[in-house]
Design a protein around this ligand. Structure first.
Ligand SMILES: CC(C)(COP(=O)(O)OP(=O)(O)OC[C@H]1O[C@@H](n2cnc3c(N)ncnc32)[C@H](O)[C@@H]1OP(=O)(O)O)[C@@H](O)C(=O)NCCC(=O)NCCS
Length: 209
């Protein structure tokens, strides 16, 4: 396991292949179909995109995973604007899920983000996976998710400091970078460039469409 994969930066000539990998990995997981392959397509050209942290994972010459980061901020209650990272999409090809590759990719990416000097990473995710890599609920740091009512369940919203103590004394509101909000009709048009795939409504999905 330790030596049967390679993590490296995404190359320009494999962007479509990566988008197809993301599409295969996210398809019907959170909604019928998915939008994440279009999200990365858009975000690569966003000024907040961190190109030094745009990773793919390769095994036996085939792409099996990817992860990427964006710069964003916490609007602190004391008026400060705290630079942080957000992350994703991250994926592992469906055939190789739950074999430990996702954790290896995540931990490597976080190490590289730490080396670059970033202070904290916040995003929406499942504590079952991310908790094993040092994430906890953002509420434990006093960081709130934008536009979420105070009494709403925020257990989807996770945080990890990369610099210990980076968020000490800070409370405030995290902002999702605007680039993540893609329009459904643009997703549909983009998706039509890929091989046809059936959208299914499945139990456990978070969204209807
Ligand atoms: C989420 C994803 C990247 C995880 O990668 P992976 O290689 O499957 O995960 P790993 O094998 O490294 O998991 C390590 C541990 O995290 C936990 N874990 C992994 N996926 C989990 C999930 N969906 N729910 C709860 N816990 C999970 C497990 O404890 C797992 O160990 P175990 O299999 O021994 O129990 C991958 O499953 C994927 O691409 N999913 C579809 C796309 C997606 O949901 N991306 C994340 C969006 S936030």
């Amino acid at each position: 396991m330790d030596t049967d994969y390679l993590i490296r930066l995404e190359r320009a000539d494999e962007q479509r292949e990566v988008e197809n990998l993301i599409r295969e990995s996210f398809w019907n997981v959170y909604r019928p179909g998915c939008s994440e392959h279009y999200v990365i397509h858009v975000l690569r050209n966003d000024p907040a995109f961190v190109k030094e942290l745009n990773f793919v994972m390769e095994k036996d010459g085939t792409l099996i995973g990817q992860n990427m980061f964006m710069k964003t901020v916490i609007e602190a209650d004391n008026g400060e604007v705290i630079p942080v990272l957000t992350m994703g999409p991250i994926c592992i090809t469906p055939e190789l899920k739950r074999k430990g590759y996702g954790k290896k990719l995540l931990d490597y990416s976080l190490m590289k983000a730490t080396e670059m000097g970033f202070g904290a990473v916040l995003f929406e995710g499942n504590i079952g996976f991310y908790g094993k890599s040092g994430f906890t609920y953002s509420s434990n740091f006093g960081i709130r998710y934008h536009d979420l009512p105070e009494d709403a369940d925020a257990s989807f919203f996770l945080c990890r400091e990369l610099i210990p103590g980076y968020l000490n004394g800070i409370t405030g509101v995290y902002q999702t970078p605007a680039g993540y909000y893609v329009k459904n009709d643009e997703v549909e048009e983009f998706d039509s460039q890929f091989p046809p795939k059936e959208k299914l409504k499945l139990p456990g999905q978070l969204f209807d469409e």
